[in-house]
Design a protein around this ligand. Sequence first.
Ligand code: ZN
Ligand code: ZN
Ligand code: ZN
Length: 372
Amino acid sequence: MPRPFTTEDYTARLDRATAEATAAGLAGLVVAPGPDLAYLCGYTPTAVTERLTALVLTAGRQPALVVPKLERPDAEKAVGAPALRLLDWTDGEDQYAAAAPLLDPAGRYGVSDNAWAMHLLGLQAALPGIGFTSLTETLPMLRAVKDTEELERLAAAGGAADAAYRRILDVEFAGRRETDVAADLGALLIQYGHSQVDFTVVGSGPNGADPHHEADERVIRPGDTVVLDFGGLKDGYGSDTTRTVHVGPEVPAEVQRVHDVVRLAQQTAFEAVRPGVSCQEIDRIARRVITEAGYGEYFIHRTGHGIGLTTHEPPYLVEGEERPLVPGMCFSIEPGIYLPGRFGVRIEDIVTVTATGGRRLNNTPHELAVVS
Ligand code: ZN
Ligand code: ZN
Ligand code: ZN
């Protein structure tokens, strides 16, 4: 079991977030319920609603959490709560007026991407001179570099997804619907300790050519290539892995060839991971392998995305992302080839950056598995 996060852990994150906001020229941060709030103080309200909950970080001041009075006892139980000044408001009061004294009326604040528009507009109306900017725009790397405890959780989530993959190889594919196999995958993720399943892609035959196909009523047939992409949250941290299997007995030469190309692209990109290399360089390296094999126009997806408290977050491994890889970053490397109307192949591992290279958090074989 990973060690639980402590108040000291949250205090360090709050301090760093405030310092990064100041360095970015912001008056502070307004953090909404969701992954940013969970990351900074360990508080996750039971429901995100029209009632305002917001953490306000300002340089030189103690972090303040505005909460509805009826939810205050819950907020007080958060592990990070001792580091915060709690400020409550009561139903019937103007919740934005309650938060306003915490904000510089002329300041520009970074705000969580998932903040509700109604809350942002409410604060804006209470303080017409205030400015907001997206946290992903201004501090995209706030949660990108994982500490040891976070890495342990991500590795455990990856291990659980790997266990689910090993088991799915033994289920029947031919004659069953994609949704049936997807249900098996979801059940396996839960069995191996996930609290939440975020996606169970089963893309058989032509459906595999759509990278975001989930699963539908299509009945899987012998001779189908099937993309399996699944993940969710375990102990609060994400898993996300893809393997492509083939329903036997025969593997057509072209399926094997396309799979070999994707596998080489994934491996080559993985081997390029080291501190200082830019995010876009990893995308370019994977893309070069696929392009040189003649399939460049069928690699229609970026190479990867960060993972942590959510299954999609910065850094994004995509053309134009020039930021360098930093030890502790965690992201997917998931090149694919998508042949419209025919089939798709994707191989995806979560990888973390070490001092000298990369380390995979998914470790099931990359060979094209033949299923029945
Ligand atoms: Zn995608
Ligand atoms: Zn995936
Ligand atoms: Zn992914």
